[in-house]
Design a protein around this ligand. Structure first.
Ligand code: KIV
Length: 275
């Protein structure tokens, strides 16, 4: 076996085996240094198309491109060694038909080296999922609130509040499972619906704003780190990076203006800073 094939990363089998066991720790990641910090703690890193909103300042994920996903996917693969890495397929890259989905999924896998892709899976996407899985691309599904569909839904709205909508979300999850998805993200649904889906599919479910009834949890990392003034209500902020960054930059600005900044050629070497 060559060195390149000896992977230390978690595999699709490890993720699938977590069904009903210790909850999977999943986080989004978009760049190499953050991926390196998350890698120690996360089972799965998702290069989410949320990158469009939280890194590029777009109003939604609809404007995210293949090029953006590939660039950020490459960075996350470089920064991490252990976690299973999934890259989101952006809006418009898989919906037309199975051939379009395969060409774009194969490009993402080849150019980033990631281990799987994620598709926001309305019922129509089952054909694409089985086409990809049969051809060697592991697929994670995504049901409930689907951010790429906000223009149809009229905004970021929780799902499953009516009987019809509830049946639709259950059907979408079952279709993704039957098509071969190795895991399914459930976003923005009530606990009883998340519990019903989780009990009804054989692959792990990963919740975001969908209660603790799932087999794992995922959060948009900048939300849990408190990088923004606003966060979705369901998110627990574990840090306030916005305040930390603001204070650090204000202190730096003060030093520069007071000519207190001592960098010279003698100190132009790398060191591990004392905290
Ligand atoms: O793009 C993303 O970050 C996601 C998560 C919210 C699951 O799809």
């Amino acid at each position: 076996m060559s060195k390149q094939t000896q992977t230390t990363r978690k595999t699709v089998k490890d993720i699938a085996a977590a069904k009903g066991g210790t909850p999977l720790v999943c986080l989004t990641a978009y760049d190499a240094p953050t991926a390196a910090l998350l890698d120690e703690h996360a089972d799965l890193l998702l290069v989410g198309d949320s990158v469009g909103m939280v890194v590029h300042g777009l109003p939604s994920t609809v404007g995210v491109t293949m090029e953006m996903m590939i660039l950020h996917g490459q960075a996350v693969m470089r920064g991490s060694e252990k976690a299973f890495v999934v890259v989101d397929m952006p809006f418009g890259s898989y919906e037309t038909n199975s051939d379009q989905a395969f060409l774009n999924a194969a490009r993402i896998m080849k150019e980033t080296g990631c281990q799987a892709v994620k598709i926001e899976s309305g019922a129509y996407a089952a054909a694409q999922i089985s086409h990809l899985v049969e051809r060697g691309v592991p697929v994670m599904g995504h049901v409930g609130l689907r951010p790429q569909a906000i223009n149809v839904d009229g905004g970021f709205r929780a799902k499953g509040r009516t009987a019809d909508e509830r049946s639709r979300v259950i059907a979408e999850a079952r279709a993704a499972e039957a098509a071969g998805a190795f895991a399914i993200v459930i976003e923005g649904v009530a606990e009883d619906l998340a519990a019903e889906i989780t009990a009804g599919v054989s692959c792990p479910t990963i919740g975001i704003g969908a209660s603790g009834a799932c087999d794992g949890q995922i959060l948009v990392t900048p939300d849990l780190l408190g990088l923004f003034d606003w966060t979705p209500k369901f998110v627990r902020r574990y840090a306030s990076l916005n305040a930390t960054i603001s204070e650090a930059v204000a202190a730096y600005a003060g030093d520069v203006r007071a000519r207190r900044f001592p960098g010279t050629a003698e100190t132009y070497t790398m060191r591990k800073p004392e905290s």
